[in-house]
Write a protein that binds this ligand. Structure first.
Ligand code: EPZ
Length: 434
């Protein structure tokens, strides 16, 4: 068995994970910077005159793709450890190349800043993905409301505006991406923009705080109404990305499902109200044991709970697959309703191959807890499904083999290394298929 360096593995074949389940974990699990914040901040650097320095940026495949996309447009991007220097001073084009945008939906976040900085932007429409169609109509309508002429032809969004003008925008849905696109564009618009029914996710607030560090005037981020007073120019800044709340919950549930006592940090506990409440309702003991460190420990029982994914501060959709894996071995019935995406139950079929008793109907999964799962070869269908299958494998009897690790490497920094460090028997293997 070859124990492989992850970066090498990612470049060619991401390999397979082999997990021997039933092992208790103990120790501390470190949390990396938030992928979904870092990606938005990288787009936000385009608003600034000069090089911004962003710390706590995890070395993930998604971050690498966006870095390469920006470099292809003449933006200087340099990594030193977990810090990125991004300098858009010598940007050479307003056109984002299709072949790179098609690899990473989040590349679409550069549309707003590009338009605000250059007065024009040409970005391919991101396709759908495994979890849903993921349209960008709210992004486009918001930029049009700010005075841009936006056309969509041949799968390309073309936006032009000699000067964006502040206005009153109401979002039909509190879309994270649309909130971020409009907020970034509005920072350089003339006048005031009021954005109503804005997304309240912590990553939106992190982006707002970064833009404020650039000199933007933004109030109300984290609430349903954000007010942005446009400025003629923004300067560069140094900023540190918040911890990744989805990775935090992934690590918490790895401890929970193996009946272990582990600590996880750094965390921002205010970002975790919904998942911590659910973990306690199931029966786990979860306490803050330091300024930014959580400890999880087994409780008397593990009972099923219902959950419904909603925009923040509702239960986060990105944590739904993780909890589905945990509830598969809780006592009793759990009803899980996925309200954000139309197709985010892909992990259920794979969990059933491991012995889970889950029936699905449309966006609802009905989970009957079983005494244990059994290891099996399984295939990840998307990023959070990959994490959910790892969680299930940690608790399953026997060996679980997980394929589709290119999904995992998009959003987790060496998850298997972190878990192995606290006792998990988990290896990434590159070996010729026998
Ligand atoms: C962000 O995606 C995250 N990605 C997603 O994380 C996360 O699941 C999502 O927010 C919700 O929290 C990044 O930040 C890079 P949305 P985003 O716009 O911005 C509909 C992960 O696993 N919608 O809030 O694309 C859309 O179809 C990823 O890390 C429109 O209809 O999410 C979806 O049903 C997955 N029109 C819902 O809103 C639009 O113009 C939520 O989308 C935009 C969105």
């Amino acid at each position: 068995m070859v124990h492989t360096n992850i970066i090498a593995a990612t470049k060619s074949d991401p390999g397979r994970l082999l997990i021997q389940g039933g092992v208790n974990l103990s120790g501390h699990l470190p949390v990396s910077g938030a992928k979904n914040s870092a990606l938005a901040l990288m787009a936000g650097t385009l608003l600034a005159c000069g090089p911004s320095l962003i710390h706590n940026v995890p070395p993930l495949a998604d971050i690498t793709i966006l870095s390469k996309l920006l470099q292809s447009m003449g933006v200087r991007v340099e990594r030193t450890g977990n810090s990125l220097t991004i300098d858009p001073t010598y940007i050479t084009t307003h056109r984002a190349p299709y072949e790179m945008v098609s690899q990473l939906r989040a590349s679409f976040f550069i549309l707003g800043p590009l338009l605000a900085r250059l007065g024009m932007a040409r970005v391919p429409l991101p396709g759908g993905c495994a979890i849903g169609a993921r349209p960008v109509d709210l992004h486009v309508r918001g930029l049009s409301a700010l005075g841009a002429e936006v056309s969509i032809e041949h799968g390309i969004v073309e936006a032009r505006a000699t000067q964006l003008r502040g206005t009153h925008i109401y979002l039909d849905y509190p879309s994270v991406g649309a909130t971020e696109t409009i907020m970034m564009a509005a920072t350089l618009a003339e006048g005031e923009t009021i954005l109503e029914n804005a997304a309240r996710e912590p990553e939106v607030s992190d982006l707002a705080n970064f833009c404020i560090a650039l000199g933007a005037q933004i109030q109300g981020a984290g609430t349903p109404q954000i007010v942005i007073k446009g400025r003629p120019h923004l300067h560069a800044a140094e900023y540190t990305v918040i911890p990744d709340r989805v990775e935090t919950v992934t690590l918490l549930i790895a401890g929970a499902i193996t009946n272990s006592t582990v600590t996880i940090g750094p965390v921002v506990v205010e970002h975790l109200s919904a998942p911590l409440t659910k973990l306690r309702d199931i029966g786990y003991r979860v306490e803050l044991v330091g300024a930014d460190t959580l400890q999880i420990a087994p409780g008397a029982a593990r009972i099923g709970v219902d959950l419904e994914t909603l925009p923040f501060p509702g239960f986060p959709t990105d944590m739904q697959a993780l909890f589905t894996a945990l509830l598969a071995v809780a006592e009793g019935t759990s009803i899980i309703t996925e309200r954000v995406y139309e197709n985010r139950l892909g992990h259920v079929a794979e969990l059933r191959r491991m012995g889970a008793d889950i029936r699905t109907h449309d966006r609802i999964a009905i989970v009957q807890g079983v005494s244990h799962l059994s290891g099996a070869p399984v295939q990840a269908t998307d990023l959070r499904a990959a994490a959910a299958l790892i969680i299930a494998g940690l608790a399953a009897h026997g060996q679980t083999e997980i394929r589709g690790l290119h999904h995992l490497d998009r959003g987790y920094q060496d998850l298997e290394g972190k878990l192995r460090a606290v006792g998990a028997r988990i290896e990434r293997v590159i070996s010729p298929e026998v």
